[in-house]
Design a protein around this ligand. Structure first.
Ligand code: SAM
Length: 257
């Protein structure tokens, strides 16, 4: 079993407690498949006040994280791990993170995530990392929640972490489409019934229904994904069928307006 190691450089390691032990992530850590280590750059300061930030050159609001403690933390992490991790800076200015990145990172033995705080980092820190990643076009207080997003998406793709290996392959984004809708008991809830085909036991009909609904959902909510998806003849026939069907009343289009 290859153990994957994830290091997080954070000024607020306490943010991760609870989350690290919960659910499948907690199980993966307990099983020894993955290891997550937290390192506080404040431990690498040299002054009495343990200073990690300072005012920006040129003036302006807020404080900027200094390079020396962060780089010392990065170098200490690699020394302790005995390997050079893939270093990732979390920043709203980075490349948008997606499922393909999670798949790529899940293959790597050692990943190091650097969380910012305040107004961000001294620009020179960028020279010490391999990539810069954003989790979305919005600004968070700090990189900790962003690190959790990247770690969860990555760790659940590490072999053996999800009990049922099939379940990640069929999920949204893995096949280029959104996942099909799902129902569970009761069969009828407040007048809304589960589609008959799902209770028919006809596996071929269920597979066709699910593929069609994945195509329909993606066409309605994420036409950008559908345009890039690899589709075969059957998919095209299903899309033709969908186009001939009446538009569902109240169907979600992805817009919240
Ligand atoms: C308040 S933000 C700083 C934002 C910075 N002043 C800017 O405009 O780019 C503090 C830290 O939170 C993290 N952060 C905030 N939003 C993020 C996002 N969308 N993706 C990844 N990290 C983010 C980064 O580590 C960032 O250095």
């Amino acid at each position: 079993m290859t153990v994957r190691r994830y290091d997080v450089i954070t000024l607020m390691p306490e943010t991760f407690s609870g989350w690290l032990d919960a659910g499948l992530l907690g199980k993966a850590r307990a099983s020894g498949r993955i290891r997550v280590e937290l390192t506080n750059p404040r431990s690498f300061t040299t002054d009495a006040h343990r200073t990690v930030d300072d005012v920006p050159y040129g003036g302006g609001a807020g404080m900027v994280l200094m390079a020396p403690p962060l780089i010392a933390a990065l170098e200490d992490v690699d020394a302790r791990a005995g390997s050079s991790g893939r270093r990732i800076l979390l920043t709203p200015q980075g490349r948008p993170f997606g499922q393909a990145d999670a798949r790529r990172l899940a293959q790597l033995p050692h990943v190091v995530l650097v969380c910012g705080r305040y107004e961000g980092f001294d620009e020179r820190i960028a020279a010490f990392v391999h990539e810069e990643i954003s989790v979305g076009d919005y600004v968070l207080f700090g990189g900790e929640v962003a690190a959790m997003v990247v770690l969860e998406a990555t760790i659940r793709l590490v072999p053996g972490v999800l009990g049922n290996a099939r379940s990640s392959g069929e999920e949204s984004f893995e096949s280029g489409l959104l996942e099909y809708p799902q129902w569970t008991r009761p069969a009828v809830f407040r007048g809304m019934a589960v589609p008959d085909v799902l209770r028919s036991g006809d596996h071929a009909a269920i597979a066709r229904f699910r593929r069609k609904e994945a195509l329909r959902r993606t066409a309605l909510r994420r036409p950008d994904l559908l345009a890039r998806a690899t589709l075969d003849e059957t998919d095209r026939a299903l899309l033709d069928e969908i186009a001939r069907e009446p538009f569902p009343a109240g169907g979600q289009t992805g817009s919240s307006d």
